[in-house]
Design a protein around this ligand. Structure first.
Ligand code: ATP
Ligand code: MG
Length: 677
């Protein structure tokens, strides 16, 4: 591919400061750009890529760029195309997984994979593991499927196969390693490749086939990696392996934004880089172009409290801008209303602003619930990045399933869902029998179960297990009868055994906490729905509050198709990495919520929480709002979140402006429902 003459280098070097320019135009060689948020790291990487092609004559085919998310990869490819006026089809720009997968697809046979090998998403991986455990008579009490899935992913991220693991004395470790072997064999037989496997297998394939590796070495002249601080062991080795002796590597990253330590990322990779890659030119960028001075300085002050840093300070030429707005209130609903009011004001001030300019960030997934409700009430389009909408999350849908079934035993979809939540020994074959009977006699699944048992058409084992299931639902339903919605939700979550099930089956502490929080938030949301129902007389005709609630969540779930136009972004702080928005809200700034209560006692984990705050604050370009709700305990929440987050307190008061509430909830009524009856 030839580069058109209409482009001279000036289009690639325009809009870069001196240091950025030096990094972009440097003679080909290894470079480590280590710099704070918004200092133009990603910009430098993109311009470097273009410059290598245009100025140094690299073919697009010879370059590879790696980023953290597909979205970032798309943006990057778009920018390069724009800068050079070329098509980017030939560029290898993608995520680690995406690029490694591409290599496996090309040479599947060398990787000992079938041509049509299938990628196994984490949900399916867990299912496969559960089935395999059954076949091999493993006790789920000793190791849950999720726990094993997480453990296997983790060791794969460390580049380890069963034979690389120390057996040790612990029987638990032996069991895990044995199972890892069984699982790998199963996947191999069935042509399945899980996420962790993609990179590991690609790495092995390259190691085992010198010719292939040499091809790639001949091919790639330069490799560029964004968000380098969050790479894990296997990713680092993969990059090293792909770098031939003539190729060079540019990595860009920020140790202050390393937020995936809990998932195996190694900040040490930044520190090792200069040793592993010869003659590395280290570039430091110190000017921030993203945020106003107030936002940037506040973020700098907060991160200064971490004393494990490589150390750097960012400065800006930007004006002070607005102070950071801090809003304190009682409940998450107040926070959500504040967000909605403020973002509407902000949009009204300037007609060029759109919903896309706005992001609302939070520490834990469950916190999206109140925000979603408030945004929906005002018909504001929103999208949840990196996660499902609240009422679509597995455990929440499970709870709704129980509710539906308790409300109407003939609801087949709910029957299907609930019978499959926990292992009951009623497998697909048995469920097929029930369905068959239902179809033949034109009955609901519930009726078919009852009649089938009565008529003696099911085998004994199924009869006893099915009876148990029907009894369980009857029991839950009878406890729900005539109760408040809040109590119904509580029954469907706790007395149904749903909460226990999720707590027992999920061994990963973070994920378990997410499920617990979502289920508790679900109960709380029912209390709030009921309070509003009574207050605003939402009741349509004779519909009960339960029916109205079920309708509203089903309608909400059906709404996902939209999102064609601009939408407000809702996401966790983790998902916000690398992005920027003119207006940013961070809700739930309370001790216990953020920093997360699981990470309060360990200084290392607290440092990671603080880096997360730093990432969050530095997403904002023009305005940053921090909100906290001190009575927002959730009535069954054991965590004390009554104090404002240390990350707010660490911001000097000169940068802050305290906001007054404009509309607040009907306290008396609200408290009664939201905090337990
Ligand atoms: P993060 O650490 O959050 O990933 P980053 O260091 O990658 O941030 P970029 O996203 O590349 O930073 O840049 C931040 C913002 O500053 C972008 O809007 C970018 O266009 C702008 N920017 C970067 N360098 C310059 C410059 N020299 N002149 C003007 N704007 C710049
Ligand atoms: Mg970046």
């Amino acid at each position: 591919m030839s580069i058109t003459d209409t482009h001279d280098d000036s289009s690639l070097t325009k809009g870069l400061n001196e240091r950025q320019l030096a990094a972009v135009t440097a003679e080909p060689g290894n470079q480590l750009v280590i710099a704070g948020a918004g200092s133009g790291k990603t910009r430098v990487l993109v311009h470097r890529l273009a410059y290598l092609i245009q100025h140094y004559g690299y073919s697009p085919y010879e370059l590879m760029a790696v980023t953290f998310t597909n979205k970032a990869a798309r943006v990057m490819a778009g920018r390069v195309a724009e800068l050079l006026g070329i098509e980017t089809r030939h560029l290898w720009i993608g995520t680690f997984h995406g690029l490694a997968n591409r290599m496996l697809r090309r040479d599947y046979d060398l990787a000992r994979l079938p041509r049509d090998f299938q990628i196994l998403p984490s949900d399916d991986q867990r299912r496969v593991i559960r089935e395999l455990m059954k076949t091999h008579h493993m006790d789920p009490k000793q190791n849950s499927p999720t726990e094993l899935a997480n453990w296997i992913s983790r060791v794969k991220d460390e580049g380890k196969r069963p034979e690389h693991l120390q057996l040790g004395r612990s029987p638990d470790m032996r069991r895990r390693i044995d199972f890892y072997r069984i699982y790998d064999e199963f996947c191999q037989r069935n042509g399945l490749v899980d996420f962790g496997e993609i990179l590991l297998r690609c790495h092995e394939m390259l190691l085992e086939h010198d010719d292939l590796l040499k091809d790639y070495h001949d091919r790639f002249g330069a490799l560029l990696v964004d968000e380098f601080q969050d790479t894990n062991v296997i990713q680092y080795h993969w990059i090293r392996l792909l770098t031939g002796k003539d190729a060079h590597v540019m990595v860009v990253g920020d140790d202050d934004q390393s937020i995936y330590g809990w998932r195996g990322a190694v900040v040490q990779n930044i520190r090792n880089f200069s040793q592993d890659f010869p003659n590395t030119n280290v570039v430091r960028l110190e000017q921030n172009y993203r945020s106003t001075a107030n936002i940037l300085n506040a973020a700098n002050k907060v991160i200064e409290n971490n004393d494990d840093r490589l150390g750097k300070t960012l400065w800006t030429n930007a004006a002070d801008g607005e102070p950071i707005h801090v809003f304190s209130c009682h409940y998450g609903e107040d926070e959500a209303n504040y967000v909605v009011d403020r973002l509407q004001d902000w949009l009204r001030e300037d007609s060029t602003r759109t919903y896309e300019d706005v992001a609302v960030l939070y520490r834990s997934h469950f916190q999206s619930r109140a925000l979603e409700t408030a945004l929906q009430a005002e018909a504001i389009a929103y999208t949840i990045r990196g996660g499902a909408r609240f009422y679509e999350r597995t455990e929440v849908r499970d709870a709704i399933g129980y509710m539906q079934l308790a409300n109407n035993r003939e609801a087949d979809v709910a029957f299907d869902r609930v019978i499959n939540i926990k292992p009951r020994g009623i497998g697909t074959a048995s469920q097929e029998r029930i369905r068959d009977y239902a179809i033949r006699h034109d009955l609901s699944l519930w009726r078919a179960s009852l009649e089938g048992i009565e008529q003696g058409v099911f085998p004994d084992r199924l009869v006893s297990r099915l009876t148990e299931f029907l009894d369980e639902i009857d029991r839950v339903a009878s406890r729900c009868k005539g109760k408040h919605l809040l109590e119904i939700a509580d029954t469907c979550v706790y007395e149904s055994g749903l909460m226990d099930y999720h707590m027992e089956s999920e061994r990963n502490e973070q994920l378990r906490e997410t499920r617990r929080e979502n289920l508790q938030e679900f109960i709380r949301s029912c209390g709030i729905f009921e309070a509003k129902f009574l207050q605003e007389e939402l009741s349509e005709g004779e519909k009960t509050v339960l029916q109205s609630f079920l309708d509203s969540v089903s309608l909400d779930a059906g709404d996902v198709e939209e999102e064609l136009g601009p939408a407000v972004s809702l996401m966790t702080l983790h998902a916000a990495k690398g992005l920027e928005f003119p207006l940013v809200f961070i809700v739930g700034m309370m001790e216990g919520r953020f920093p997360h209560h699981l990470n309060l006692d360990d200084p290392i984990k607290l440092y990671e929480e603080r880096r997360l705050a730093y990432v969050g604050f530095t997403r904002a370009m023009e305005e940053l709002h921090l909100t906290y709700a001190t009575r927002d305990q959730g009535f069954s929440d054991r965590v004390d979140t009554s104090r404002v987050s240390r990350f707010v307190k660490e911001i000097p008061s000169e940068f802050l402006n305290y906001e007054r509430p404009r509309r607040i909830l009907d306290r008396r009524r609200f408290r009664r429902y939201a905090r337990g009856l």
